[in-house]
Ligand binder design. Structure first.
Ligand code: R7I
Ligand code: MG
Ligand code: MG
Length: 305
């Protein structure tokens, strides 16, 4: 039986991974900017676009008892704030929607095939929670919700991987069941090749150093270079502490907030909010609000799926 504590754990794990990883994301300039704007007025750790878009997705699913792509596109646009550190193409797209453009006319305006960034995947754990009882609908909605901002097949595949991994983690499965079950939904070589490596490491209980993980699985902003990495790290640390998982993610470097968000969501879905580190939760922005949204998502998902 999936519990409320697991839903809260998943959303808080996502936000905490995002906020703890954010100061280490990107290059010198991004880190400097985050030094200036990375804390709220009351000194809490701010989260980034990963959490902002996940919250918008959760609220839209709650309001509509499921996915309404037009409503969701409006929510993404309305909640856009530059200070959350969005990807450049995503920022441009959301500003166009905010200015009245139809998302279907602009979601391929920067890249002809759509974005292959990890922005569709980083919010997909929300779909995994909401549709965890309905795997077919989960895949359909993960695809449709990513498509609004990430129409590229690789951007979509990242969303399918993260949504399905989260749903399986909620069922309290072990790490091999989670990666094997989620991998079934990946067909593209950049994903299948990396998944095979991660599956082999987990199966044979190998614990490669951070630089080897980065070299083989990636740590970049592209979905193919971060989704398998995040899934692998969450599973490697499934019986360890959240803090140790985040230390390893920071050691891997690159897109640390997003790898933290995706890994944090899967870890939290399996372990529940009770296992998240209290000393960090106390320092996280808007914990009460995140808690409320996760509980509403649980209620609506139980009734409508
Ligand atoms: O994917 P997206 O929402 O970015 C999410 C990332 C996370 O790390 C967040 O924490 C935040 O920092 O940003 O944003 P996009 O702008 O859609 O994609 C991210 C980047 O991927 C783009 O700015 C490009 O550098 C690259 N990219 C592409 N490059 C070439 N061709 C995405 N799609 C393409 C492409 O088709
Ligand atoms: Mg971010
Ligand atoms: Mg990021």
């Amino acid at each position: 039986m999936v519990t409320q504590d697991q839903f809260v754990g998943c959303l808080l794990g996502l936000s905490l991974g995002d906020a703890i990883g954010a100061p280490f994301e990107g290059g010198v300039i991004e880190r400097f900017v985050w030094k200036l704007i990375g804390k709220t007025r009351s000194g809490k750790m701010r989260w980034t676009d990963d959490t902002q878009m996940s919250l918008a997705l959760a609220k839209s699913l709650i309001a509509n008892n499921g996915l309404d792509p037009n409503h969701l596109a409006q929510q993404f646009a309305a909640s856009y704030r530059w200070s959350r550190g969005y990807g450049p193409a995503a920022a441009k797209l959301l500003k166009k929607i905010k200015n009245g453009k139809d998302w279907q006319q602009v979601n391929r305006s920067t890249y002809p095939e759509g974005s292959f960034g990890n922005g569709g995947a980083m919010r997909a754990p929300i779909i995994g929670m909401f549709y965890h009882q309905n795997p077919q609908q989960l895949l359909k909605v993960a695809h449709a919700s990513a498509h609004i901002t990430h129409a590229h097949p690789l951007g979509i595949e990242g969303a399918l991987l993260l949504a399905s991994a989260t749903a399986i983690a909620l069922e309290s499965q072990g790490s091999l069941e989670i990666i094997n079950g989620a991998a079934v939904n990946c067909k593209q070589k950049p994903f299948t090749t990396r998944l095979k490596i991660a599956q082999e490491w987990l199966q044979n209980k190998k614990y490669p150093a951070a630089d080897e993980v980065t070299k083989n699985l990636g740590n970049g902003i592209a979905a193919e270079a971060s989704c398998v990495t995040a899934l692998y790290i969450s599973l490697r640390f499934l019986d360890d502490t959240f803090e140790n998982m985040m230390k390893f993610i920071i050691e891997c470097g690159g897109d640390t907030d997003t790898i933290g968000a995706m890994a944090g969501a899967i870890w939290g879905a399996k372990r529940g909010a009770g296992d998240l580190p209290l000393q960090y939760l106390e320092k996280l922005e808007s914990v009460d609000h995140l808690n409320e949204v996760a509980l509403s998502l649980y209620d609506v998902s139980q009734k409508s799926c």
